[in-house]
Design a protein around this ligand. Sequence first.
Ligand SMILES: [Zn+2]
Length: 132
Amino acid sequence: MQSPKQKNSSRRKKRSRKGKGKSLVLSLEEVKDKVIWLLEEANRLIREDYELAQEYASRAKRIQMRTRIKFPSQWKKRFCKHCKIFLYPGVNCQVRLSSTNKVIAIKCSECNKYTRIPYYHKTEGYDERFNQ
Ligand SMILES: [Zn+2]
């Protein structure tokens, strides 16, 4: 009896699991921590290493989009709405206040477009009645 050697067509399964059996599922808190860490690093590095800072920030942005968590408000406005780069005032964007429109106008120097953020937004925990 001859058993014809079957060629094992071992197709490589593309799995991003790294063989240690450690699950890649992080809790939402851990993801948030990671994202904030990435953003803080990007913020710290942008003057020294612009490329690396952008890389960190885009990683944070990717995680944020995939997991649909929300950036804390101070980080939300640090991205250009148009080309999605990480902004740092004085490095790659100009920030102006417009008192007539009550907006913060952030001009991105990559795409020369404005991102406008209204600044009369109610912040969390702010109680209007308190001010009367
Ligand atoms: Zn831009």
